[in-house]
Design a protein around this ligand. Structure first.
Ligand code: GLN
Length: 199
């Protein structure tokens, strides 16, 4: 069984995701080129800036390689914030990018960087306790398609969804001490954990 999760290493929250997976005994590999995807069970597309990430994804020819690997069910993918934008099949007022998850998103929908905020929520599939959420110039998920499960909806927006192939969060679990989201994605990918879990 393949046992590592890739972290797209072009821009954004790379080391924070690696540290979280290491804390739960999951091996990671930095992904900078198509060959780096080989044998992985999952891929995290981290938060950062989706326009920048999209330019780099195309420059390094990772756009097609990721779409193929997910389409052929070789890997599962988790997009956090900018990563969720890249996964969406519809982006308000601009063309879709990877288009691997049937959701509509609106970028920067909470306002400017200064409108970033923390909150907490109960997400039963993730934990039986409230988990911390950090939103940084986040998008809103406005709609989810019929094969997409909504894991967290708040007020007028959706904050977390999943399909068979993909997971998307508009907030940043890698920026809080909570490891529950990384455990959940590792389980979704069928990745084995070694050693003792550090909480
Ligand atoms: N505002 C960014 C974008 O539109 C996303 C921010 C983030 O990933 N924290 O790409």
């Amino acid at each position: 069984m393949a046992s590592a999760i890739g972290i797209l290493d072009l821009q954004g929250d790379v080391i924070e995701h690696i540290a979280h997976f290491e804390s739960i005994g999951v091996s990671t590999r930095r992904v900078k080129a198509p060959a780096d995807l080989s044998g992985l069970s999952g891929l995290v597309i981290p938060g950062g800036e989706s326009t920048c990430l999209w330019r780099l994804l195309r420059l390094f020819e990772l756009d097609r390689a990721i779409a193929d690997a997910v389409g052929q069910q070789k890997i599962k993918v988790w997009g956090t914030c900018a990563g969720a934008i890249l996964l969406a099949t519809r982006i308000r007022n601009e063309p879709a990018k990877l288009g691997l998850l049937d959701i509509e998103v609106a970028r920067n929908a909470f306002g400017s960087q200064l409108d970033s905020f923390h909150s907490r929520a109960l997400i039963p599939k993730i934990s039986d306790r409230e988990v911390p959420l950090t939103f940084i110039r986040a998008p809103k998920i406005l709609q989810a398609g019929k094969d997409v499960e909504v894991l967290l909806a708040v007020d007028d927006y959706i904050a977390m969804v999943e399909s068979t192939a993909a997971l998307a969060t508009i907030f940043h679990p890698e920026m809080t001490p909570c490891l529950a989201f990384h455990r959940y994605f590792a389980r979704k990918c069928g990745v084995q954990r070694s050693g003792t879990d550090r909480v």
